[in-house]
Design a protein around this ligand. Sequence first.
Ligand code: ADP
Ligand code: MG
Length: 756
Amino acid sequence: MADSMNLHTVGDLLDHVPRRLVKRGELSSFDDLELEAHATLVAEVVSVTTRRMRNRKGSITEVVITDRSQHSEHQVISGTGDDQMTLSFFNAYTAARELSSGVHALFSGKVSLYKGKRTMTNPHYAPLDAEDDIGSLDVMADASSPIPVYPATAKLTSDRIAAAVKAAFSEVTWSTVPDPLPPGVADRHGYPDLPTAYRHLHRPPDERSWYRAKARFRHTEALMLQTALVRRRRAVNLRPARPLPPTPQGILDRFDQQLPFELTPAQRSVGEQLTEDLSREHPMNRLLQGDVGAGKTVVALRAMLQAVDAGAQAALLAPTEVLAAQHHASIQAALGPLAQAGTLGGDPEGTRVVLLTGSMPQSARKRALLEIASGQAGIVVGTHALLSETVQFFELGLVVVDEQHRFGVEQRDRLRDAGELSPHLLVMTATPIPRTVAMTVFGDLDVSVLEGLPGGRRPITTHVVGLFEHPRWEARIFQRAREEIEAGRQVYFVAPKIGEDDAVPQMTLAESVKVLAAAPELRARRDSAKRSAAGTAKSRAGSEAAAQEPGEGMISTRWLEELVEASPALAGVSTAALHGRLEAPEKTATMEGFAAGEIGLLVCTTVVEVGVDVPNATFMVVFDADRFGISQLHQLRGRIGRGEHASTCLLVTRREPGHPSRDRIDAVAATTDGFELAQADLTLRREGDILGDAQSGGRSTLRLLRALDDVKIIESARQEAMEILDVDPTLERHWGLALAIEAYLDEDTEKYLERG
Ligand code: ADP
Ligand code: MG
């Protein structure tokens, strides 16, 4: 049972941080309780009644508890209002004895619903008023000190953990425990010493001491992480790389001359930065952040051309095959004859651009591999498959990773270790990353921001279409799409999933609203989501509950295709579907057809989420928009508004107004500013989601540290890490810190770093 909590050693126990403190006399509010979840709460017993069971042998003890401190004499005993809860114990003679009116106790168990009221059956309990309470660790912890409540499970309850922690304390010889936090740092911030910090973490004399102790551990964690990252970054910066200085009159210069637009000042200054980075004898390691449509591709392409001019090859990695194919096509188009060296009509001074993806036909793949190995191909576009061992580059000088958040430190390292010389690296992302998150996740990269959008772009108007309130609007959506296509523009219809395994429902969207609204299971979940969304701390649970509802009833591309086919408004419109289940050649053909304007309406999933660039597409309808996250919607919407025409995005929802997931679509409709949306997103969920899923269950990778809340600590730790490494690069004189980093990296941070 210790397994499920990962509590195996004394150290694990000491590091198991109480979730919260309960002040003595203070009761936990029942309002926060989630159904079907394990809960630990402190409550006051109102009444205890034991009676024989009618149909079975034995007795049942009903314990009414309350979350409002009150004198039970004034209370109607049978009342179970919202501030009361009835717990049932079967054959619980001790409970009947130990729990009596007025007693404060810790209860833990699963919260369930019985006859419409919340209840717990046979919960674990521990009376709090007893002399020997749950594990005094310290003389300071007297009757007035708060009670820690630990993250617990049904079997390993909070008070048992407290008892184990108390036992663990007696095992520790503090003089042998290294303190990872250098004394100078601890002093500067006025943190208590390590043993005191641990004591205050588990049994603080008051709340303030608890927060100080936690701050110390957070700071320690931040320092370990930052020291690891700064050290890694310095090591990487020392690696040799082939310098790729600009070449006058090279392909880059000629490309610049034929560019159909002026580079924005931001593009120019980031470009200069990259030119400088590439000229160095050490690898560039740069993250380029720029909102959707900011024009990152041309910046990357110019860097790649500089590499080619200097005699090296450049690889561009895209997250999907569709995007790789699109990049390949658009780079070839942008370069024109410059990309066709060695062919008739090609520029002999130019280079070649090849595409390499996993699903290419064998013969094409062979040809591509050959051009890559021989060095004929200056620019290679592909998916991550490009980094596999079978792909031999002639002279790989620069790697550009587009729109990729999952390209973690691990992959970056693999790339660097590939040969004697490390290639230069440019990672591009459209997800605005708050600075401290960037410092934690991409702490080994330099960061450039491509501000603003290239001029001449038309704004995107976004509307929320609530079919629940306005079922008639469904017809209008199709009509609008028709108008757009007739005006020569193109349209995206986006659905959250591909198809259902059962039959496509024979109903319109508006009809389906009723079905959705009536689905009892969804309704129950929605209600619980609503409840949890009430408290700000719980809003994440709310949005997740919405996102995790079963796929049933979700609009699929298949359903949409049928609706489109049946829609008189869209009769005769050339339509195609694009989604992940299609074969690669079909995907590519569809994308090319859409890019060429042959397809008017593209029914798709989020395969178009990133990067796809069809300037003539001006109308996007996202169905069941409430199924998507904020940044996903923002990315999707970035597929329109790319040309000279005004664009419109409709976020269609069948949810009723007031549903928590509508907050997200309202936020997206309210602004097109990526940074503003990122902020809205972060207030709706915690940064755990940015960093990845591993944070959710059990122990989080960032244990105490919260990249958003702990800005000051992280910035200060970064500074301290640099100072420490300046004077002690091998951490010889900071062995407590060195050991802690090693253990930290060993355990689960490896995973975290890989995830990037
Ligand atoms: P993202 O940063 O999202 O990858 P892209 O690189 O795809 O954006 O650029 C979006 C669109 O803007 C493309 O069609 C591109 O050709 C165009 N573009 C890029 N830079 C400029 C510029 N300086 N002036 C006008 N259009 C530009
Ligand atoms: Mg892009």
